[in-house]
Design a protein around this ligand. Sequence first.
Ligand code: ZN
Length: 331
Amino acid sequence: MTLTFDIDAPGKHYGHIRLPHSADDSAWGHVMVPIVVVNGTRSGDTALVIGGNHGDEYEGPIAIRHLIDAAEPETILGRLIAIPYLNTPAFMAATRTSPIDGVNLNRAFPGEASGTITRKIAAFVNDHLIPQSDLIIDIHSGGKTLDFLPMAVSHILDDAEQDHRCASAARAFSAPYTARLREIDDTGMLDGAAERAGKTFVTTELGGGGTATFQSAEIAISGLRRALAFHGIYDWPYAPRPSRALDLSDPDGFHFATHGGLLHPKVALGDTVEHHQPLAHIYDINDMQTVRKAIHAQRPGLIAARHVPGLIKPGDCAFVIGTDGGPLDFT
Ligand code: ZN
């Protein structure tokens, strides 16, 4: 696994992470992950910005391509490492997981240099890029199966100093919502790998449904610039935007379908709901005499995410309900 250029050379470099992948159609072949590194003319920290960790999420790739066009050695203080579509095979197939090995990159960390291709990508990031980075921003959206209120996210961390750094960076991103959560299980996630290494880590959920909108792309583009400017890596006038606090730390906020069928939503993203309120009805597709099943709110709060496809199956995440914490201060 190698970079196609010298990462320490001054200037702006367009190239690839080259990962060996010997396949039926390419005996001595490689998977090439596009990467741009900008070494600033002024000293400073290193930022690693990642899109396309999941291949069916588009705000990150758009924002990072936009940033790559704008970032020059004169405007970067320190180093910018920009990877618009980290799981390149998945991005090219427009799928969440890799079409080559079926692995979800965000469940493959810390990776394995001798593993399948997705584990190699994770290992390169884990072993070579995370250690040299100070600020890591991994831009996600809901993909083809979820849609989210646009939010920047920091995790609730045991180390108070690191927790504050991450929360401040998420606030600086200034998405319409700034969420706090504790992962149910961060095994294999880039998030946990970055946080356990002590880094300032921000992730996002900026929409979904398998496409970007004009609004979600703008939130990603401006948010990424703001977070970099706040950290002092990008010479750009930092001005936070209004954002509302969103608490997603309650496990009861996550609603998983117990039946499959035709999904009839009864609430919309951003609605405030009561405890036990019906969120959706599910119709059995074949048995039209069976009474429809309902998904009821397990707690009151704000609809922060919803299932997208018109069909749902048992185990699918149907809704996420959080707590609207009101307007955030500019800190
Ligand atoms: Zn994702």
